[in-house]
Design a protein around this ligand. Structure first.
Ligand SMILES: Cc1ncc(COP(=O)(O)O)c(C=O)c1O
Length: 378
């Protein structure tokens, strides 16, 4: 019964060109088919996933601490994890930080623990799926405001604030599918004015904006009691895991109540060591500067090819080709350019896009090769 239902659903996905399947990333298989791949799909903006200092740290610490962490942090699994938390708190300038096993687990665990029945969440329309899922798991009422539209946000707050206890405004710092930046300066003012708490998911801002310190720093805003910063260790940091930064009481409360933190095995200690080394590299500033230079170069070349109109400040470029997108992506892959097509339900129908993400390893020739191929296939 279930089998035939699922077969039917899968057929429908195929018929609607929405079927997802797994594809090996040949870049990481040492080009085993001897092709020269260009990868514009990874979130490894600073190329730290393959940095030798980091892989050496992982090797060394792996020998010292072993393979797995063996349990939740609250049971057997607290090994070198607090070292990384001190590092992240120092890096972000906050009182404390807490790490989770992924960015997804962080959003789900933080939002569901802090946002209670009787509270109101205002969430940007283009927030990441893990924020949406965290909101669903919370017992709060949730209202969606139009993307980066602070007038719409204020309107919703004015109409509803008095009916609720706590007010949470939740936004991506850098939006994962569009690469644009949330107006954190305005959002912070609104949070202050209406006695609200601002939660920022800076998955794509950390290592990228504000000298690498993130989107808050990009706006020259200082951490404060009503700001909670979330991030991932899997994008510019190059590893795996997630983190939340904030005041002492928030972190202590999460340790005591956040289910994806409490009831899940902690990160392997070698990964933790790799992330510590990664932050040591990022805080020196050089990789982020290099990324910003490459973004300037990409802006120039993408503009020459009419792929963008305005300069980007982040490494994420949405090239919107609507229903032609998946076909173009497939042709690019056949021509050894790995650049994923993003479609519904991740983005709205009609706004399907190639999500091009650039990193410090790309050269001018790589950008030109991408543009020339897109021109040929679109
Ligand atoms: C904005 C945003 N938040 C959270 C996540 C989840 O992070 P992770 O991949 O570490 O689970 C992602 C990654 O896809 C993201 O883009």
């Amino acid at each position: 019964m279930l089998k035939s239902q699922l077969q039917q659903k899968l057929r429908e996905l195929k018929d609607n060109n929405l079927y997802r399947f797994l594809r090996k990333n040949n870049m990481r298989n040492n080009n085993e088919d001897n092709k020269n791949y260009l990868d514009f799909s990874s979130n490894d903006y600073l190329c730290l996933s393959i940095n030798k200092e980091i892989t050496d740290a992982i090797k060394e610490r792996g020998l010292k601490y072993g393979f797995g962490s063996t349990g939740s942090r609250l049971t057997s699994g607290d090994i070198n994890h607090q070292l990384l938390e001190h590092k992240i708190a120092e890096f972000k300038g906050t009182e404390r930080s807490l790490i989770y096993s992924s960015g997804y687990a962080t959003n789900v665990g933080v939002i569901s623990a802090l946002c209670k029945k009787g509270d109101l969440i205002l969430s940007d329309k283009l927030n990441h799926a893990s924020i949406i899922d965290g909101c669903k798991l919370s017992k709060s009422d949730v209202l969606i405001y139009n993307h980066c539209d602070t007038d719409n946000l204020i309107d919703l707050i004015e109409k509803n604030r008095n009916n609720y206890n706590n007010l949470f405004i939740i936004t991506d710092g850098v939006f994962s599918m569009d690469g644009d930046i949330a107006p954190l300066d305005k959002l912070k003012k609104i949070a202050d004015e209406y006695n609200g708490i601002l939660i920022i998911d800076d998955a794509h801002g950390t290592g990228v904006l504000g000298n690498g310190r993130g989107t808050l720093k990009h706006f020259n805003l200082k951490p404060s009691d009503n700001i909670i910063q979330i991030g991932t260790l899997s994008k510019a940091v190059g590893g795996l895991g997630g983190f939340v930064c904030g005041i002492e009481e928030v972190i202590e409360y999460l340790i005591n109540t956040s289910r994806s933190f409490i009831y899940s095995t902690s990160l392997p200690p070698s990964v933790v060591s790799g992330c510590i080394k990664s932050f040591e590299i990022i805080e020196k500033g050089a990789p982020t500067k290099k990324l910003q230079k490459n973004i300037e170069l990409a802006n120039k070349i993408f503009k020459e090819h009419d792929l963008i109109e305005e300069d980007n400040l982040t490494p994420i470029y949405p090239f919107i080709f609507g229903d032609k997108t998946m076909d173009i992506a497939e042709r690019l892959i056949k021509n050894n350019i790995f650049c994923v097509g993003i479609r519904y339900p991740t983005v709205p129908k009609g706004l399907e896009r190639l999500r091009v993400s650039i990193n410090i390893g790309h050269s001018e020739g790589d950008f030109r090769a991408l543009c020339e191929s897109i021109k040929k296939f679109k």
